[in-house]
Ligand binder design. Sequence first.
Ligand SMILES: NC(=O)c1ccc[n+]([C@@H]2O[C@H](COP(=O)([O-])OP(=O)(O)OC[C@H]3O[C@@H](n4cnc5c(N)ncnc54)[C@H](O)[C@@H]3O)[C@@H](O)[C@H]2O)c1
Length: 366
Amino acid sequence: MQQSGLGIVGYGGFGEFTAKAYAQMPEVKIVAVTDVNAARRNEAASIYQATAYETYEQLLADPAVDIVVINTPPWLHAAQAQQAALAGKHIFLEKPLATDLADADALMQILQEKQVRLSIDYVLRHVPIYTILQKLTASNLLGKITYMRLENVASNEALHADHWFWKRQYSGGIFIEHGVHFFDLCNQLSQSEPADISGHAHTAEDGRQDRVMAAVSYNNGILANFYHAFDRPAILEQTVLRVVMERGTAIVTGWIPDRLEIEGTLSSEHYAELSELLGVELNITTVPAPEGITGATAGEIVTAQVTREDRTADYSQAVIGGLSEFIRSIQDPAYQPQVSLQDSYASFRLAYRAQQSIDQGHNLAY
Ligand SMILES: NC(=O)c1ccc[n+]([C@@H]2O[C@H](COP(=O)([O-])OP(=O)(O)OC[C@H]3O[C@@H](n4cnc5c(N)ncnc54)[C@H](O)[C@@H]3O)[C@@H](O)[C@H]2O)c1
């Protein structure tokens, strides 16, 4: 098997986590690393028997590098991706695509001109519970999606006041740096395009925007709410995505989710199909017609739970899944990866517009 040579740019917290995952993939070899922090690049080079480069330009000049994996802080992404494209390298980029829309647009143009591929590492597209949710909503077994609501209350304990995360010029803000994962996921689930966005934020006394929310309407009529807060202890972190369909609801719990619960009603001839799709048995309860509601009928309510044991393993597998699909799309241009370049752009654009809506104080067209 021909291995793709990876050149890693940025070996911080997430760079280290992803490198461990990539090292398990027979189809890739980590051949080069650069980080402005010499200790970090040398550590990675020694673990993976790769070349440590002092500068990014040196890494780009290495012919053994086929794919550049960019794990630096957000404000560097667009410029570094542009440099890689100009050097003729494919790019597997940590989110976000950019911190500024004009930079993202310029990058899209250069990718087109240089005919190199780029994908964003949207891990949520590759975790098992979201893969099941995607199949469930696409199947229409519980009807079409009408509404989605994300509530993501996260920890600020690892984010000291000087962290790049809090500086808008470095991170783009919570929606661009983090919320973009869920915009991407819900864009995919919607099978549509956003139409209109209205954003709001809470600003702490020291000026940090630590809580943000957005209401999004999609062209096919789906409504969605997104709330993110980085304001609590890690032991209290909670992420819940509720997807309401015409004849049921799905609730997913966990940042890398470990639980999917569904409740709904459907014709019994589809029970086996639903059970197979979820990979679990269904619980079926007969419910009498609610009293006092004219026209209400009795029916059967179906519930089911899917659980996952090891979120860290799912996270790592999701990182592998994303890169593996990306490589396949490079080798076979007819292959449609889950995260297309257009998807990578669309979710960034939505995050950017949500932040712009907060800044401008009114709702915006997508
Ligand atoms: N997909 C996910 O689940 C996920 C999770 C965490 C982080 N991330 C993303 O990964 C990226 C990195 O996040 P992190 O938490 O690892 O940050 P980090 O600050 O821990 O690491 C960034 C690394 O980049 C290096 N660096 C900075 N400037 C550089 C430059 N000009 N050239 C080369 N190296 C440079 C730093 O020295 C550091 O080692 C961010 O974009 C973040 O959004 C993604």
